[in-house]
Each structure stands twice: as C-alpha cells, then as structure tokens.
Design a protein. Structure first.
Length: 308
C-alpha cells in the first residue's frame, strides 16, 4: 500500500497563504481608506491609525528610496515601510525563488483565480503562439530596465532626495488610493482588458507585463531553493510537485538537502521571511511614517493639484 504523498497538500497550504494574505491586504486598504476619509471630510468621520503596510503599493518610490539608502545610508522617513517591504520581497526571492509572486502577491492571487475561473467557464485556457510568447515575455524586462535606468542609474542621490522630500511623494499613498477609488474611463478600460486576458491566458499580467516580477525573477536565480528531480524515480511526466504521480520524485529543496521536506516547510519559510523582514523594519524604527495627522490635514487637500 502506497504511503500518502504529503506534497499533495501543497495546493491547500498555498491557497491558505495566498487568500489569507489577500484578506490582510484588503483590510489594510479599507483601513487606509477610512484614514484618508477623515481628512477629506474635514474630520466628520472617525480618525483611525494609518496602516504602514499600504506603502507596499509604492514600488517605484521604494526603488528610489533604495537608491538613496545605498548611496547615503539613510532611510527616507516619509514612507519608510515602502523600502522595508521592497527589500523584504527582493530578499525573499534571493532565498526562496519567486515565492512572493506565487504565495503572497495579491495581484498574482487574483490573476490565478481569473484563469482558473476562465478554464471552468470555457473548458480550457488558451496559449499564445510560441514565437509571440517569447517576444511578449521580454516586455516586463524592458519595463524593468526602464525604471532601473531612470532611477538607479540616471537620477543622482541629490535629485532622489529632493523627490522624496517633495509633497508629491508624501501623498503618493493617497494618490494610489484614488487610482482605485476614482478610476478614469481609460483606467477602467485598461483594467478590463487585462482582466479579460487573464481569463483566457494563464497569468497574463505576471508573465508579460509585471516589472516587479521581472526583478524578482532575476534575483531568484541566486536562490538555493530549486525544484530538484530524483532521476532514479522520474517517469518523465513533466508535471510538478503537487501532481507528479511518483512519490518524492520532485521536491523544493536547497542543494545540500537530500531528503524530501514536509509540505509545510516551504510555505512556512516564505511567511517567516516576510515576517522577519517587516519585523526588522519595525524594530529599527523604519516602519511608521514621519508624517503627522497635521501634515496629512494640510497635504490631502493638495492632492488634486499634485500631478508630478
């Protein structure tokens, strides 16, 4: 009698982590919306504590903060959590592959839900022609190179410091909120197209357009964790850990580890790395913004006029 293959539990572990993290992100968004609403209504609604985790949606500013930190050794205090979250996610990729994309990213979670729903509704997902797939996969790396050149290479530390001290960066989190709550017709059309593509093609945004994913893919090449194949037991089925019919033929493990790891180890590592990175930011005082309630009271009315 065959022993149960505990790797078959990986989809369950992954779904729990993905949707648990997604729910946490939704709570952050709702709380931040309530925080901003207090100032937009002139104090008519209750003031709640601003959740620093909202700065995870400011990756471009985080890249600028990273350049400033590397150049000067200082952390810009306006949105320090943006830097902490960015470095945590890159660090996760250096250790545990693109685990943020596959286990935590809320956009990745929605994208995966879309193509699974599309497969259920239409009976299948479609594939891009191989030659077009190769060409399209290069788009996200071109976008990554654009931001790397613009921010990491071309912008001097003095210019970055001026940008991070400007009112635009101070209210970038509020402008990001308005992007979702006050969408223009153009934004709605673009999001509808991307969502539609995700129904028919697996992870269309992640595979072709996400520069964040491109960066994490580059960093993940250095990760010691890789899918490793037991050549003595492999049947050449070309499926992965959860669906392979042979016990322990495929496993996620570092090169020095020969025995199969329990199914919970890798997701636990992913969550631990993320918590450790955020915890380090909190412990070092690089988590809460230096902006006060009075600063937001002054800045939020300026948001419609800050276009650059």
């Amino acid at each position: 009698m065959n022993k149960p293959n505990f790797h078959s539990r990986i989809p369950t572990w992954r779904a729990l982590v993905q949707w648990g993290f997604f729910a946490w992100v939704v709570v952050i968004g709702i709380r931040f919306g309530a925080f901003v609403r207090h100032f937009e209504t002139g104090g008519a609604t209750p003031l709640v504590t601003r959740p620093p985790g909202v700065e995870g949606f400011l990756p471009i500013g985080a890249l600028a903060s990273t350049k400033l930190w590397l150049a000067t050794g200082t952390v810009n205090p306006v949105h320090p959590a943006a830097l902490v979250i960015f470095l945590t996610i890159v660090g996760m990729s250096l250790v545990a592959k693109k685990s943020f994309c596959s286990w935590l990213c809320p956009v990745g979670t929605l994208s995966e839900a879309a193509w699974k729903l599309g497969r259920r509704l239409f009976g299948r997902n479609f594939r891009v022609w191989p030659w077009l797939d190769v060409a399209l996969r290069g788009v996200k790396y071109l976008l990554l190179l654009f931001f790397v050149k613009l921010i990491l290479i071309d912008m001097p530390a003095l210019a970055l410091s001026a940008f991070l001290d400007a009112p635009y960066w101070a209210v970038s989190d509020v402008k990001m909120l308005h992007f979702f709550t006050n969408m223009s017709a153009t934004t709605v059309v673009i999001l509808a197209i991307l969502t539609g593509l995700s129904f028919f093609y697996k992870n269309a945004w992640c595979r072709y357009l996400c520069p964040y994913g491109a960066l994490l893919g580059v960093a993940s090449y250095l990760s010691p964790f890789k899918i490793r194949r037991d050549t003595a037991g492999c049947t050449g089925c070309l499926t992965c850990v959860a669906s392979c019919p042979e016990r322990d033929v495929l496993r996620m493990a570092p090169p020095f580890w020969r025995r199969p790891l329990p199914a919970w180890v890798f997701p636990a590592l992913v969550v631990l790395l993320f918590v450790a990175g955020i915890g380090t930011g909190m412990a070092t005082g690089n988590w809460h913004s230096s902006l006060s309630a009075d600063d937001y009271r002054r800045l939020i009315p300026m948001v419609p006029y800050l276009s650059h």
